[in-house]
Design a binder for this molecule. Structure first.
Ligand code: IPM
Ligand code: MG
Length: 355
């Protein structure tokens, strides 16, 4: 029996609903497979914790999390706490503190889910976006001076290092190589941004030499939005900076039908620290407590977690249960269905147990 220690941090809004759903799906996999078990410990960190304690997580939070094999994360964000506090208080310290430098965002049109693209169906859009997750525009470097005065300045400095760019590029080439099409698109804005972005292009060309079997090309981020929309079949694996990939992955999620199904993995490829798995959608306060949050993204990210842990069979089983349930039309309202979170969850569990 292989046993994994998972830290569950549901945090805010619908995070609690979708993580509860995901935990019951993991339990059903445990039951169905019999050779793997999950010891899941819950942490009540997040915006409510902040309102009580003035911090989003305890100061020794990272020390605590170090003892786990993986982190299963819901969402942060509350209507009455500024977003930069919730984000820099919990999610980013985990990503950066554990050097989870590869943010991996698979997107595909699931069966039974309608893409807003007129002619696109399952198979036409099957991408993985690799987002640089440790530096770039999210480095947190910058400052404010002369506050409130007419001459006030604010800087937000994007940091690109050779070490940071090389490692994400290598990760992306390797991932592209492992996929059937062996195709990578490197995204920058190196026409207008002539320092760090030109370095990206140069490092891409250098790393490409290590992967002669991978076909690769370059795109400027603005033109990339057009290509994603008009020629989705021409893309496979994509690598971009922290901010560019943030924007492109929202576009990707919506082109695939809904952000409600889009997962993400924050990975430390060197496995020095636990990696963190979460749905891309945020806390969604407009639908919190209504029982209609789409749990598919949190299931899909659980599959990414299982894959990272080396549990390929469990990951495949879960993904095929998701496909079956979506194909059967058991869907939440964001993807045009009438089912509740619980109904989708129960259908996925039934598909797992019967498989
Ligand atoms: C995402 C989100 C976050 C990000 C927000 C909540 C800051 O949009 O995971 O894509 O930009 O990283
Ligand atoms: Mg985003």
């Amino acid at each position: 029996m292989r046993n994994y220690k998972i830290a569950a941090i549901p945090a805010d809004g619908i995070g609690t609903e979708v993580i509860a759903a995901g935990v019951s799906v993991l339990e059903s996999l445990q039951k169905r497979l019999g050779n793997v078990s999950f010891a899941i410990e819950h942490f009540d960190w997040g915006s409510d914790y902040y309102k009580k304690h003035g911090v989003m997580m305890p100061t020794d939070g990272l020390e605590t999390l170090k003892n786990f094999d993986a982190i299963y994360f819901g969402a942060v964000g509350a209507p009455d706490v500024p977003d930069h506090i919730t984000l820099w208080g919990l999610r980013l310290p985990i990503c950066q503190g554990f050097d989870q430098y590869a943010n991996v965002r698979p997107t595909k049109i699931l069966p039974g889910i309608q893409s807003p693209l007129r002619n696109a169906g399952p198979g036409d859009l099957d991408w993985v976006i690799v987002r640089e997750n440790s530096e770039g525009e999210y480095s947190g470097h910058g400052g404010r001076a002369h506050r409130g005065l007419p001459e006030e300045v604010g800087t937000e400095v994007a940091i690109f290092t050779r070490a940071g760019v090389s490692r994400i590029m290598r990760y992306a080439f390797k991932l592209a190589q492992s996929r059937p099409r062996k195709l990578l698109t490197v995204v920058t804005k190196s026409n207008a941004q002539r320092h760090g972005m030109v370095m990206w292009d140069e490092i891409a060309a250098e790393v490409a030499k290590e992967f002669p079997d991978v076909t690769w090309d370059k795109m400027l981020v603005d033109a990339m939005t057009v290509r994603m929309t008009l020629h989705p079949q021409s893309l496979d694996t994509i690598v971009a900076t922290n901010l560019h990939a943030d924007i492109l992955s929202d576009l990707a999620g919506s082109l695939a039908g809904s952000l409600g199904v889009a997962p993400t993995a924050n990975i430390d490829p060197q496995r020095r620290f636990p990696s963190m798995f979460e749905p891309i959608h945020g806390s969604a306060f407009d639908i919190t407590g209504k029982g209609i949050a789409n749990p598919i993204a949190s299931f899909w990210t659980a599959a990414q977690m299982l894959e990272h842990l080396g549990e390929k069979e469990a990951a495949t089983l879960l993904m095929s249960a998701i496909d079956q349930v979506c194909a059967a039309g058991i869907k939440t309202p964001d993807v045009g269905g009438k089912a509740t979170t619980l109904e989708v969850t129960e259908a996925v569990i039934t598909a797992i147990i019967k498989s």
